[in-house]
Design a protein around this ligand. Sequence first.
Ligand code: J9T
Length: 257
Amino acid sequence: MRIDVVSIFPGYFDALELSLLGKAKQRGLIDVRVHDLRDAAHDKHRTVDDTPTGGGAGMVMKPEPWGEMLDGILAEAGNSAGAAADAEPGAAGDPLIIFPSPAGEVFTQRMARELAHEQHLVFGCGRYEGIDQRVFDEYAARGRVRLVSIGDYVLNGGEVATIAMIEAIGRLLPGVVGNPESLVEESHEEDGLLEYPSYTKPAEWRDRAVPPVLLSGNHAAIESWRREQRIERTRRVRPELLPRELRGESRGRHAAE
Ligand code: J9T
């Protein structure tokens, strides 16, 4: 997968060199290229923002540097949106441009799975006050653009949201996570339930024992206990995630059976 990132703080993305994603980059499974938006701002101060037209607080990112930078990325990718204005927009395999924004659709595991099938993602990191609307309109008219939020809170810029999305998407790519089973057995994946609590050795730590069932060797009992834990945890913390058929059940019903 090819990923281009446009930001005025390229240093944020040094984090992508670490851990599993860093290894995936080294091994050529993910090709991430980070671009400094200021390289497309040509005045003495390399200005990327200006006051909001019509008044208001804060600054808005100017369209010209975004246009130059995104045109360059799309043209280099040799796709229809960058190469020819008359080509059909949104053809499969064309880059998808994502602008992280608290005003966007909410990023979920489902969206991560969907985006993991893309060949080329471009992340445009704006500051909170935003990017001139014409940038979205221009690239939406020429190809595919999505505004995506990572949750209902505000950040100073799109960088941290982009790192979160790249990690969630990147780990779903074939070969990035060593054991593909560990991808299935986790919160939000299999059936929408949260994960069960995990334990390791020692069996007792600071007077806290590991739940005895996990030491029983009874695999059916362990599986049933874990499922019960997942259901109870989901009911307690994220009741809206609970599948309809589990909603009516009272707490501890399985344990009492
Ligand atoms: C500037 O971007 C944000 O503040 C942002 C981006 C994506 N998701 C959010 N929840 C916030």
